[in-house]
Design a binder for this molecule. Structure first.
Ligand SMILES: NC(=O)c1ccc[n+]([C@@H]2O[C@H](COP(=O)([O-])OP(=O)(O)OC[C@H]3O[C@@H](n4cnc5c(N)ncnc54)[C@H](OP(=O)(O)O)[C@@H]3O)[C@@H](O)[C@H]2O)c1
Length: 334
């Protein structure tokens, strides 16, 4: 019996020839786009890339050997059009370049559910609409494939006009390398809300904030910044790698008794159980659409604040000592 609650597929469940027999247009050649393009090409798929005329990624796509054209022209010749631009640009790209040009009965694909789940774009009824979301950042999608493995992946179906949307999604996921590891089937809603929640509750907000607060505590108490950086930032990777490979209990098996005892003694004082009430509020805001409204609003007001927020975060003194330590440890400037 499967230990999983979701359907799980591997390469044996996927017909790679479905995606090999058509043309795939990738709109966007960034973090995900380049890895999708290279993996699909190496899996024998005919890939074209759709980019605006002045795109900063055009030269890279061309030097990787792809035909690059305007998004509308790429879409018009494709059987699968994969949307790999930033989520916030997808509604206007669909409206202005794709809606009138995608072939009748073709597939519109996504690597994240945000635009569809929140109704930011409404695909034509004749299209199949699927999601293939590798569970890895772009460069790792490529590195896993090259290593003969593949990232785990999620698929979901929003529209199944042809009746073949699931088979096509599985075929695309296999071409990416996900079928070597495992492809779970889910919905746009679950992928999207779960992904946003993980980013906001753990990965991209609270974890860096915890690290920063700990760094500041040591430095304010007179410890050298280098020590604070090693203990509170650099070594996060060691613990995360153990959790990735062995789980939390497995990580604790590998650390010293001193570290483990200190962990049990301190954990609830640093992060009290009440943190779950705040997490529930974050989840409610994601589920209700309040987060996306704040992010995009009528005029993308939230998004407009991003450059200032980014500059303020990057001005933290920890970034300077971090750059020097990474240069020392990684033997390359970062
Ligand atoms: N980053 C990840 O590892 C990751 C992980 C899982 C899922 N995803 C999902 O994958 C999708 C792509 O994310 P990403 O991080 O790979 O995006 P990204 O790197 O920011 O995408 C940049 C690419 O999109 C192009 N682009 C931007 N605006 C455009 C426009 N208006 N018209 C045409 N091309 C445009 C850029 O070219 P220009 O030079 O013209 O701007 C560039 O080629 C998103 O749905 C995201 O949620 C990403």
């Amino acid at each position: 019996m499967s230990p999983f609650s979701m359907p799980l597929y591997t390469d044996k469940d996927c017909d790679l020839s479905l995606i090999q027999n058509g043309v795939v247009a990738l709109i966007g050649y960034g973090s995900q786009g380049r890895s999708h393009a290279l993996n699909l090409k190496d899996s024998g798929v005919n890939v074209v890339v759709g980019l605006r005329a002045d795109s900063s990624t055009r030269a890279q796509a061309q030097s990787d050997g792809f035909k690059v054209m305007e998004p509308a022209i790429a879409a018009a010749q494709a059987d699968v059009v994969m949307m790999l631009t930033p989520d916030e640009n997808q509604p206007e790209i669909y409206r202005d370049h794709l809606a009138a040009n995608i072939k009748q009965g073709a597939v519109l694909g996504f690597a994240h559910g945000l635009a569809i789940h929140y109704g930011l774009l409404k695909p034509r009824a004749d299209l199949d609409v699927f999601m293939v979301a590798p569970k890895a950042i772009g460069p790792a999608v490529r590195a896993e494939y090259v290593a003969g493995r593949g990232p785990a992946g999620l698929i979901a179906i929003h529209q199944n006009a042809s009746g073949r949307a699931r088979d096509l999604a599985l075929s695309y996921a296999a071409a990416l390398g996900c079928g070597r590891t495992g492809i779970f089937e889910t919905s746009f809603k679950i992928e999207c809300e779960g992904d946003l929640f993980g980013e906001q509750a753990v990965l991209c907000g609270p974890l860096p904030r915890l690290i920063t607060a700990a760094y500041e505590t040591l430095v304010e108490a007179g410890y050298p910044p280098e020590i604070a950086y090693f203990e509170c930032v650099h070594e996060v990777k060691l613990v995360v790698d153990l959790i990735y490979a062995r789980g939390i209990a497995g990580m604790r098996d590998m650390i010293s008794n001193t570290a483990e005892f200190g962990a049990y003694r301190a954990e609830e004082r640093i992060i009290p159980p009440s943190v779950k009430a705040a997490m529930k509020t974050i989840l409610d805001e994601i589920q209700s659409g309040a987060f996306v409204k704040d992010f995009l609003g009528g005029n993308k007001e939230g998004l407009a604040r991003l450059p200032d927020l980014r500059v303020r975060a990057a001005a933290h003194p920890m970034e300077d000592v971090g750059a020097a330590i990474r240069k020392l440890v990684l033997k390359s400037a970062s």
